[in-house]
Design a protein around this ligand. Structure first.
Ligand code: LLP
Length: 436
């Protein structure tokens, strides 16, 4: 396993943020989501400082679906980034953290009236309209409460980036956005522009997630700039912003490129500058929405080994006390991870094992045929780079308790979310037996 951020081997025991995993287990139990705060801050600053241009302003919006808690929103706020939400639940969490509403932006392909009302009432920064029908809904709400809302329109630009089928978002058949190839597209924009309750800021796109291919992003930039130019000329309007979404790939295992985030940001800036120049177009602001690239590497999951099993068929299992309930990605996308026996780092002997969780589900696997040091009951296994879409896609399947989340830095730990309790699992249930 590649050591990330502040990870250190101290006498054979892994330390993160200056705290040994043994101590973290003692204090918070396992499974445990651990976030290396220093690495998280570094990723944020790397992106913020390298996504800059002298030709236009830039805004970095953290895509909160990758991982969100009040504590996380507070880190993002402290670093001066904007943040997005795709549901009332995310919006509520963000606003409850004290995040300034003007730096919050709302996504979603089927926002409910309740969600749209919340956006307008709480005066958030902008709504990214998914489609032609949503503009009218927002305008009606604005009219009723006497407010105006900044909006962007999400476009499907038809770029089919190289990633897993489930996380491609800009194929022609995708459910997201309005297609630039739709013959009605200019009328859709005209309709939005003409609504006096809405202030049209520009177009948004997001070509997919876990993308390493710079060319795909540059192709996206080119299409967005050309389209913005075309529409601004046709409708004779000034379009101040372009939002090119997120999706920047991260290294999970040695099979992935070790993407240089700063270099990627610079390439995109150059592509923006070149394309704007070529089209003789100027915009005031360009927005990106990284999620995974900010938070994936900073997070890891710590488990306790319950035992091992060698099956009759020859598969060697290591059983851990979590699984698909805290990380569905291997089951859902065949995602791969690196792992280590975190309390026996100095033992060099490794074997090929399958790390399996405790759910009643054969697909409950965290890493298949992975190299792991020898371990047995009570040992600690750490899976790295689980910071994005681990906690946020966790579930209570088999009534698993959502693990605690702890941020660590400089020898200090900060509990951000406590482990769910058994009472939490039944707090919304009513007894039925009395009523039937
Ligand atoms: N902006 C929009 C409009 C998005 O839909 C997404 C992700 C992002 C930004 C952030 O993308 P990122 O930088 O994190 O790649 N559950 C999947 C990923 C789904 C991504 C959905 N949209 C996974 O675990 O890989």
């Amino acid at each position: 396993m590649k050591f990330l951020g502040s990870m250190k081997n101290v006498d054979g025991v892994l330390e993160i943020g200056g705290i040994s995993v043994k101590k973290l287990k003692e204090d918070f139990g396992t499974p445990l989501y651990i976030y290396d705060l220093e690495l998280l801050q570094k990723k944020i600053r790397d992106i913020k400082n390298s996504f800059k241009s002298e030709k236009f302003n830039t805004t970095v919006v953290y895509a909160s679906k990758a991982y969100l808690s009040k504590g996380m929103a507070q880190v993002i706020n402290r670093e001066g980034l904007h943040i997005d939400a795709v549901s009332a639940g995310e919006l509520y969490t963000i606003l409850s953290s004290g995040f300034p509403s003007k730096r919050v932006h709302m996504h979603g392909n089927n926002k409910s009236l309740e969600e749209l009302n919340m956006c307008v009432e709480r005066e958030i920064g902008s709504i990214i309209l998914d489609n032609r029908f949503e503009a009218e809904k927002v305008a009606q709400i604005c009219k009723r409460v006497g407010k105006k809302m900044d909006v962007m329109l999400r476009l499907n630009i038809g770029i089919d980036a190289h990633t897993h089928e489930y996380i491609k978002t800009a194929k022609h058949t995708s459910k997201f956005g309005e297609s630039i190839f739709d013959k009605e597209i200019e009328n859709i924009v005209k309709d939005i522009v003409e609504k006096k309750e809405l202030n049209f800021l520009g177009f948004h796109c997001h070509i997919g997630s876990q993308i390493f291919d710079e060319l795909a992003f540059c192709e996206g930039v080119k299409t967005m700039v050309q389209f913005t130019k075309k529409v601004s000329e046709k409708l004779d309007i000034k379009i101040p912003e372009i939002n090119i979404g997120g999706g920047f790939g991260v290294r999970y295992t040695e099979e992935d490129t070790d993407a240089d985030l700063k270099k990627m940001m610079k390439k995109i800036i150059i592509s923006l500058e070149e394309n704007l120049l070529a089209e003789n177009l100027s915009v005031e602001n360009v927005i990106i929405e990284p999620g995974r690239s900010i938070v994936a590497a900073a997070g890891s999951t710590l488990y306790t080994v319950g035992g091992e099993k060698k099956t009759f068929g020859g598969e060697k299992y290591v059983f851990i006390d979590g699984g698909m309930t805290d990380n569905i990605r291997p089951a859902l996308y065949s995602a791969k991870y690196e792992s280590v026996v975190a309390n026996r780092l100095n033992e060099s002997k490794k074997e090929l094992v399958t790390i399996a969780g405790k759910c009643c589900e054969s697909g409950d696997i965290i890493a298949k045929n992975t190299k792991l040091g020898k371990c047995s009951e009570g040992d600690l296994v750490l899976v790295s780079c689980t910071g994005a879409y681990g906690h946020s896609m966790s579930s209570n399947y088999n009534k698993a308790l959502t693990p605690a989340v702890v941020f660590v830095k400089d020898g200090k730990s900060y509990l951000v979310s406590k482990r769910e309790s058994y009472e939490d699992l039944i707090k919304n249930d009513f007894d039925l037996i009395e009523s039937i």
